[in-house]
Design a protein around this ligand. Structure first.
Ligand SMILES: *Cc1c(COP(=O)(O)O)cnc(C)c1O
Length: 390
């Protein structure tokens, strides 16, 4: 027995080390990692360049304070704003904190426009985190239940439904922003149409709303672009990042552009750890390796390999509702709850996830090779067939 607070249903396995896309447990058994710590280990495990850079940074300087200039943070802000074509960035330590910053920024933006009770439009099935404001923005009652009263000021609409948002626009003068995931991760790998993103961008411009994208899971090359919204050719006013940014070292970011730029002034927001030299070194190295090793093109390629492979292997199998995704953010929806598959996969040496009850979620490292993808497809297809009894 341990003294951990009982907040997770944990699988009965503990890992001792990792090597590339493989992880090893306490008995020396090896597992193909198709989850990457939920989209965190962008470069797999023990990437030599990341290990060298982070180790050197640990020896040089881990933490100073945001009351001083932090050169690593300045360099990372230059890099991220160039990649996103945005203006500036606030660093924190996690996805919920990045969204918390975006929510606070939207409220302050509203107050600066003379709106005393600003509201933010959010989506059904959304996931934005587990702090009070972000769980209130989340569209999942299981995340919220027991924590009422929720933070007010959120208006919920169906995902990928522009008409529903236009109706809110006509009826609610307090709306100042819209916050959503381009591809819903926890919600079951739900993808919105490019026309939805483009139409919403126009609506936000017409209404003076902030167009805020939660790319905590979909960002950093995972979908075959640096950021998932780039598939639709739109630009956000606010974008949040975290998971894959530091390849395992905690870091989150909230970027702004256009109307959202310059909203916060000194004293409005802060973080003790946010953007410390260690975290920024890990993020800078992650971005460098993604570029040097052409991992974004690889995410597209392996995503196609895996989806096409699963489609071929599972063709005609009844019980498969859909195989979908963008790049290495992949969902396989079954016609029944399939949480038990996670343990069956572990027994078979494969690390996957199930979300929204019936969607198998794959989030492999961007370093997956053709052979790794084939191994994943073969292993997973066999498990799914066995699970469905075919
Ligand atoms: C994981 C996730 C979050 C929360 O991130 P934490 O680091 O766990 O706080 C927020 N938004 C999205 C889209 C996520 O996938």
């Amino acid at each position: 027995m341990s003294h951990l607070m009982n907040t997770y249903n944990r699988q009965p396995v503990a890992f001792t080390h990792g090597e590339g896309v493989w992880m090893f447990d306490e008995n020396g058994k090896r597992y193909l990692d198709a989850l990457s710590g939920i989209a965190v280990n962008t470069l797999g495990h023990g990437h030599p360049r990341l290990v060298a850079a982070v180790s050197a940074q640990v020896g040089r300087l881990m933490h100073t304070s945001n009351v001083y200039r932090v050169r690593e943070q300045e360099a990372l802000s230059d890099k991220l704003t160039a990649l996103a074509q945005m203006d500036d960035v606030f660093f924190c330590n996690s996805g919920c904190e990045a969204n918390e910053a975006a929510i606070k920024l939207a409220r302050m933006y509203g107050h600066q426009q003379g709106i005393d009770s600003p509201a933010i439009i959010v989506m059904e099935q959304a996931f934005h985190g587990r702090t009070l404001a972000t769980l209130s923005a989340t569209g999942n009652r299981k995340v919220q239940a027991g924590f009422e009263p929720l933070v007010s000021g959120f208006v919920r609409v169906p995902f990928d439904d522009l008409a529903a948002i236009e109706a809110v626009a006509n009826n609610n003068p307090n709306v100042v922003a819209i916050l959503f995931e381009v591809i819903q991760g926890e919600g079951g790998i739900n993808i919105c149409h490019n026309e939805f993103l483009q139409g919403l961008r126009k609506l936000c411009d017409a209404k003076n709303w902030l167009f805020m994208l939660d790319e905590v899971q979909s960002g950093i090359g995972r979908t075959g672009k640096w950021f998932a919204h780039q598939h639709a050719g739109v630009k956000p006013d606010v974008m949040t990042l975290a998971k894959g940014l530091g390849s395992g070292v905690p870091i989150g970011a909230c970027l702004t552009a256009g109307r959202a730029f310059g909203v916060f002034k000194p004293g409005n927001h802060g973080s003790t750890f946010g953007g410390n030299p260690l975290a920024c070194c890990a993020a800078l190295t992650t971005l460098d390796v993604i570029e040097a090793d052409k991992l974004i093109a690889n995410a597209t390629r392996q995503g196609e390999n895996i989806r096409a492979g699963l489609q071929a292997a599972l063709a005609g199998v009844s019980g498969i509702v859909d195989i979908r995704g963008e790049g290495l953010m992949i969902g396989v929806q079954l016609d029944r709850p399939c949480g038990d598959l996670v343990k069956q996969a572990i027994d078979a040496g494969l690390l996957i996830n199930v979300t929204a009850e019936s969607v198998i979620r794959l989030l492999p490292a961007l370093t997956f090779s053709d052979a790794d993808s084939k191994q994943l497809v073969d292993g997973l297809a066999a498990l799914i067939k066995k699970f469905l009894g075919v």
